[in-house]
Write a protein that binds this ligand. Sequence first.
Ligand SMILES: [Fe+2]
Ligand SMILES: [Fe+2]
Length: 327
Amino acid sequence: MTGKSDFDEYCQKYLVQWEKRATVRHLQRTRLSAEAARYEMFPAALQPVLEHAEVVARGPEARHRLLARAAAIFMLHVAILEVEVITDLCNRLANKGADAPVPKSALQVALTVSTDEAYHAYVAREFLLDLEEHTGVVPGPAGEGDMPLIGALAAVRRRAAPELARVADTMVLCFSENFVTEELFGLSSEADPEGPFHLNMREHMMDEGRHQIYFRKLFRHVWDGLDEERRTALGQLVPHYLDSFLTASSYEASQAKLLSYIGFDDETATRIAREAIAAVYGTERPAKSTIKFMRNALHLLEVSGILEHPPTRQTLIDSGWVDARST
Ligand SMILES: [Fe+2]
Ligand SMILES: [Fe+2]
């Protein structure tokens, strides 16, 4: 046996490493202090509205407040998604499997991920409490529309036949853990390396790098264990999952909301957000296969082997997620 026993062995090693490396097992986490809360709280490069003249004119305090609000919203989304989506999907995988053979060691790994993620939610909530205490900034209510992961899971569940329910959930989990990691890495490399956001992300990523590799291997293993009929049916669901990310969230709307928070009226906020995004990114929509934000999720398509499956490859080409010219 090759693939199955290799994966089993990898998972056994993972469990040993988890004991040594998981942040929940040994790391003294960094709390947000009053002094650290004076830093810029979120990567400014990801907030194009900050470059707009009407926002610059509001001065450094407004800029700090806007970035603190962006950090609060990000942490609230982490706190919610880690438990409502990722922890829940990991627990289901451990208890109910994936419609394809999965070694027991891999199910145990899923429970370690669930443990890590519940801890990440705890840390994110703690950050929010500290942020409010030091700056008065709160995230405001979370809308499901602001968290594409929730919409993407719902879109896949609506379309998955009952005999695919477990493997469809597992696929969403594998993609989400790759997508979310990409997002975190992107944010961290843009952040002030001395700032509290960077520290928080660095501690979070100690676990996420490990998760990402596990979920890539898991997806490959599960895919290999499906019969042709299920493989084809699952492949059809992939574009719906990816598309729901694009339609579920609006960058312009989220930028405008930040401006409303620092005192712009809704109409002005929307205009500035539109102008600022156009100034930085232009007005043309990029091809789906080139969207930077989705790069890691798309990488999963390659490393999992599903692009070698002709019907799945074709459905991804037809939906624009894979460039037909790519090998
Ligand atoms: Fe996490
Ligand atoms: Fe994770």
